[in-house]
Ligand binder design. Structure first.
Ligand code: ACO
Length: 431
């Protein structure tokens, strides 16, 4: 195959190198486009055709439904690994040895203490505040209590970066659990350093005053799986946000806070909450799935089938397949019969054979079934996206670190200006 691409602009030819990925993905390197052509740019709203970087972290093939972290399949990892092993893998490139794992785990535990003053900020939020807004604010506030993480100069302070990474993984679960407890009127819980990472999160969230929290292995396993399935997804909206914020050399807490805000929207991580609310309203409306299928296809109707469709998956989302099986297992294990699961399955069945959905390659995505498991675990729907954020922490960290290690330039896209050309100011009395 030719190793260059030729562009013909106004009868003049320009050659650009072809970059091949390790799975043979082909990309045209246009880094010198403007300088070679005297200012020509490309336009690609939503970056549907633009690779913003080279990355060694996650490979996904949307046509074949393949997702791999550092070469390991998502099926293999979600069935066999612990969330912290996967976090280490994503951030540092290889699965940890026993020694590396122990140190990573111990260091995260040591950093699972949140400054008492953060509680005062938490207390100031109204009860109606959305947990994603609280989490984003508190994550940003952590910078004030950890000043060395403000601007990490990568070359000089590798150990400071490591310290900041274990702080993020240690402190953010505490913020999440506290946000949950405050909303539920429960006193804040400080966790238990003798517990595993996932067990500790469950205990910090659900422990009742004056009661001994008993771990349920079904919940531990399913939360571990959900966190792994959400841990990274290459250059999605929130991860690209984290990379671009970090590209100005803003610190890790500030960049992750921006990622949390990007994740919040219903077209991205907020879809898990939107799916459950949609399923509930279909249920309350009598469970007529066909009515909602028609609404989703009607271009005059703003309704979309939440949890369906994906920018990159055009066959199926491998995470959705795993979560669908896990949903059945969890509900069976817990003895829960949820009518909403039947509605979800009914919608999926109809969509898979409906021409509109088939023509547009719209399949259930990761968020279609995840809310049903979270609900079975006792997590309210406005906390679903927060749980997604918890899972996505390793991915955000890994991309932020990779971007800084590669010394990538500050992110600053171009635009095609389509506004007014130059015009003189007219005094207000003349208008
Ligand atoms: N319901 C009905 N129609 C849909 C849906 C849907 N959920 N998703 C896409 N379509 C239609 C669009 O109307 C469009 O139709 P057209 O070609 O006739 O105009 C076509 O499919 C392509 O859709 P786009 O919005 O152009 O695709 P894009 O790649 O920009 O958006 C997205 C992808 C945002 C995920 C979209 O499918 C969507 O809004 N889905 C619902 C929200 C959701 O589940 N988001 C979570 C994604 S996973 C994640 O972020 C973790």
């Amino acid at each position: 195959m030719s190793k260059k691409a030729t562009l013909l602009i106004n009868n003049q030819e320009f050659d650009f190198p072809i970059v091949l990925g390790s799975e043979n993905e082909t990309s045209i390197d246009i880094k010198n486009l403007r300088s070679l052509t005297g200012g020509v740019t490309t336009i690609d709203p939503g970056f549907k055709n633009t690779a913003s970087c080279e990355s060694k972290i996650t490979y996904l093939d949307g046509e074949k439904g393949i997702l791999r972290y550092r070469g390991y399949s998502i099926e293999d990892l979600s069935n066999n690994a612990s969330f912290l092993e996967v976090a280490y893998l994503l951030i540092y490139g290889n699965l940890p040895t026993q020694e590396e794992y122990k140190k990573f785990n111990d260091d995260i535990k040591k950093e699972s203490i949140v400054d008492e003053d953060i509680k005062k900020i938490l207390e100031a939020f109204p009860k109606s505040a959305h947990p994603m807004g609280i989490l984003s604010s508190l994550t940003s506030a952590l910078t004030a209590f950890n000043p060395s993480s403000k601007h990490i100069d990568y070359d000089r302070s590798k150990s400071e970066l490591y310290d900041t990474i274990v702080k993020v993984l240690g402190k953010i679960p505490v913020l999440i659990a506290w946000t949950f407890r405050k909303k539920n009127g429960l006193p804040l819980d400080y966790g238990d350093s003798s517990l595993g990472y996932v067990e500790n999160i469950l205990k910090m969230m659900f422990n009742k005053p004056n009661e001994q929290y008993v771990q349920n292995p079904v919940l531990v396993n399913s939360l571990n799986k959900l966190l792994i399935l959400h841990a990274d997804h290459e250059q999605n909206c929130s991860t690209s946000t984290v990379r671009i914020v970090g590209s100005s050399h803003a610190g890790l807490f500030a960049s992750i806070s921006a990622g949390i805000s990007a994740l919040w929207g219903p077209l991205h991580g907020g879809a898990n909450q939107a799916v459950l609310e949609m399923l509930e309203s279909i249920n309350e409306d009598g469970g007529d799935t066909n009515k909602y299928m028609q609404k989703a296809k009607d271009k005059e109707d703003p309704f979309r089938l939440m949890g369906f469709g994906h920018r990159v998956y055009k066959s199926f989302d491998p995470r959705a397949k795993i979560i669908k099986v896990a949903t059945d297992e969890v509900l069976n294990d817990l003895g829960i019969v949820d009518p909403i699961l039947d509605i979800a399955k009914g919608l999926e069945k109809e969509a898979l054979s409906d021409q509109y959905f088939v023509d547009r390659s719209l399949y259930p995505n990761v968020d279609f079934y995840s809310g049903i498991i979270y609900r079975a675990m006792g997590i309210p729907s406005d906390m679903f996206t927060v749980m997604f954020a918890l899972g996505r922490l390793p991915g955000w960290i890994a991309h932020w670190r990779e971007m800084r290690l590669r010394n990538e330039p500050i992110g600053r896209p171009r635009q095609v200006y389509t506004g007014e050309t130059h015009r003189p100011y007219s005094p207000i009395s003349d208008r």
